[in-house]
Design a protein around this ligand. Structure first.
Ligand code: BES
Ligand code: ZN
Length: 631
């Protein structure tokens, strides 16, 4: 019934200048700002770490921390095992950010160290003098209450309202704000951890978790597979566990545990289809952790335990592609990892492609095709606003904080590139290629250039008449979309377009739209493709008939509130205020702040909401949005 085809059209390239392009960042020690535009990037060089893994490389971390919920500090030590890559290396350099370093010891003996002046984006390098035979150092330290990678929540900010909560978010460069380590994705380490918490709380980590462990305030963890530092994660809260399948379960506050387990009950099926298509799941269990609504992302693929926003618990599984996405990272990201942040698209583009495939396998082509069209529309919106240099998959992030450059480019453009490869060589052949790729590079961190070399040695050799080096180069190293790039088309939305147009033309009233059976995706498509300007009577009619201001689906509410802001539709502003104050997921709140900032009145409203929300926002959400409300 529903047909999806991919038509070949030439995509328009609109290189509008956004103020992002003009933002100059402070120079860093590694790369002066003025060099950003002239010198070539060196593949494999991590411009976002001060560490020296090419001389001395950390291999294992032993973490021992006490969570002090009064001081908002993690206090304890990190013991780092290292090996010398250069025999005569005498200094270990690790990354830190706002850490109070108390002492550094080798075999219990203090050793000399120095801490560099902090760089705004990168923090401070901690240089440790190594005695000749040493292979392990211990750093005693405490985190700052304002650590960029830690959020401490009051009981009021949780579901249960009785207990405090803590979570970390390390990607991209925030692990250094709670652990002194070589904070570069090309350094893979195993870890053990010992975490002490108040007695009523449970600690969980991106490691082996035991749901039967007694809640006694004392927890130990082991992560036996080598992972990059951005995948180290800790959460502490009043958490219960519920199994969903043999290898899958969910940790959440008891108040939302059942709802979460029901919403995400297909996780086990997702795991199975992904294994069948892309090879073994290499991480033992796959559990979810549901965070409070201030979690700044939709999800984070912390190994064995994805961190998930509660804003996707819609009651009808309509937003579960997020779970497919975080699960897919177990292959693309956690098993094969980007070596530097320039290579992020290897994580996110592959994962977005896998997400679409998983959704198609579990929920069918109709669901997949709708999500593919919505994803494509979102990509087009970014292509219309981002400067050309930020439309490149292998992006130059020198002198910038990766948090400031978040866009659909690595995600949807990356996925479209893989979709083109799939279409050219055939689905079965491309699946075989990806399975071999995950196996070949398992537990390695690789650069874009390593991927291109691999592609040249495999697919390009097998299908020389179907693929070309020039075309691949264009996809990865040039802005925009190459001419003839695949475009997802679905007839699933035809009836939505027809209904919207008939209503806009005044041929039918909103009440005459046959929307009773519409899914979330159909509502999103209906709303996202409204003209920017609607009249007051039109807005009133939509709201009266469809109760959009009251929508309990956070994505639909988001799309509607954006329309409300763009048209200054005041009846929605109480809900808007409440939404901004209670949700900290950046993707949902940032576009609203951005739209509000367009008018003085809107800005004043945004400022008020932001000030009230700020104590509950994550540092990242504060950082990314405070510019919109400044005078
Ligand atoms: N790994 C990302 C989140 C991330 C990326 C954090 C880069 C910091 C730097 C995660 O897997 C992700 O992509 N989350 C998305 C999910 C969405 C695309 C389904 C999100 O949070 O919106
Ligand atoms: Zn992702």
């Amino acid at each position: 019934m529903n047909k999806l085809s991919w038509v070949l059209i030439s995509a328009p390239l609109l290189f509008a200048c956004s103020d992002l392009a003009n933002k100059t960042q402070p120079p860093t020690e590694k790369m002066p700002a003025d060099a950003t535009h002239t010198s070539a990037m060196v593949s494999g060089t991590d411009y976002h770490s001060f560490s020296n893994p090419d001389e001395v490389r950390v291999t294992h971390l032993d973490l021992s921390l006490t969570a002090d919920f009064n001081l908002h500090e993690l206090i304890g030590s990190a013991t780092l095992d290292f090996k010398r890559i250069k025999d005569d290396a005498d200094t270990l350099i690790v990354d830190t950010r706002d850490l109070a370093i108390k002492q550094v010891t080798v075999n219990g003996e203090p050793v000399e160290y120095s801490l560099s002046e902090p760089d705004e984006n990168l923090g401070s390098a901690l240089s440790i003098s190594l005695p000749k035979q040493a292979s392990q150092v211990t750093i005693d330290y405490a985190t700052s209450p304002n650590a960029s990678g830690v959020q401490w929540l009051t009981p009021a900010q949780t579901q249960g309202k009785k207990h405090p909560f803590l979570f970390t978010q390390a990607q991209a460069i925030h692990a250094r704000s709670f652990i002194p380590l070589q904070d570069s994705p090309q350094v893979r380490i195993t870890y053990d951890a010992h975490i002490r918490t108040p007695k009523a709380l449970r600690a969980v980590m991106s490691a082996a978790n035991d749901p039967d462990t007694p809640m006694d305030g004392d927890y130990t963890f082991t992560m036996p597979q080598p992972i990059p530092s951005y995948l180290i994660a800790l959460a502490i809260g009043h958490l219960d566990f519920k199994a969903m399948g043999k290898r899958t379960g969910v940790y959440a506050e008891p108040e939302i545990l059942d709802a979460a387990a029901a919403e995400f009950e297909d996780t086990e099926s997702m795991l199975e289809v992904t294994e069948n298509t892309y090879g073994p799941y290499r991480w033992d269990r796959y559990d979810l952790l549901i965070l409070p609504p201030s979690f700044p992302f939709g999800g984070m693929e912390n190994p064995r335990l994805s961190f998930i926003t509660p804003t996707v618990i819609a009651g009808d599984k309509s937003l579960v592609s997020l779970i497919a996405h975080e699960l897919a990272h177990s292959w693309s990201g956690n098993t094969v990892t980007n070596a530097t942040w320039r290579d992020l698209w290897l994580n996110e583009g592959f994962t977005t492609y896998l997400t679409y495939r998983i959704m198609e396998m579990v929920y069918g082509e109709h669901r997949f095709s709708m999500e593919a069209v919505l994803g494509y529309q979102s990509l087009q919106a970014d292509l219309n606003t981002l400067p050309p240099k930020d439309q490149i998959l292998a992006i130059d992030l020198r002198g910038r904080n990766p948090d400031d450059v978040f866009s659909d480019i690595p995600y949807e453009k990356g996925a479209l590139f893989l979709r083109e490869l799939e279409q050219k060589v055939g689905r079965a052949n491309f699946d075989a290629f990806l399975m071999a790729y995950f196996d070949h590079f398992a537990f390695q961190s690789i650069t874009t250039d390593t991927f291109v070399d691999y592609l040249n040695d495999t697919l390009l050799k097998q299908y020389p008449d179907k693929l070309s080096k020039a075309r691949i180069h264009q996809w990865i190293f040039e802005p925009g979309l190459p001419e003839g790039a695949p475009v997802p088309v679905s007839d699933a939305f035809d009836k939505i377009d027809t209904a919207r147009q008939a209503w806009l033309d005044g041929d039918i009233s909103a009440a005459q739209i046959n929307s009773a059976q519409w899914t979330t995706h159909e509502w999103l498509y209906f709303l996202n493709n409204m003209p920017k300007q609607l009249s007051e009577p039109q807005l009133n009619e939509l709201d009266t008939v469809f109760h959009l201001t009251q929508s309990t689906n956070n994505e639909i509410a988001h799309s509607w509130l954006l329309i409300a802001v763009n048209n200054e539709y005041k009846p929605a502003y109480d809900r808007l205020y409440d939404y901004l104050v209670h949700i900290g997921r950046n993707k949902l709140v940032k576009p609203l702040y951005q739209a509000l900032a367009q008018t003085p009145e809107g800005k004043a409203f945004a400022k008020k909401a932001f000030e009230e929300a700020k104590p509950g926002y994550h540092p990242l959400t504060i950082r990314v949005n405070e510019g919109f409300v400044e005078d």
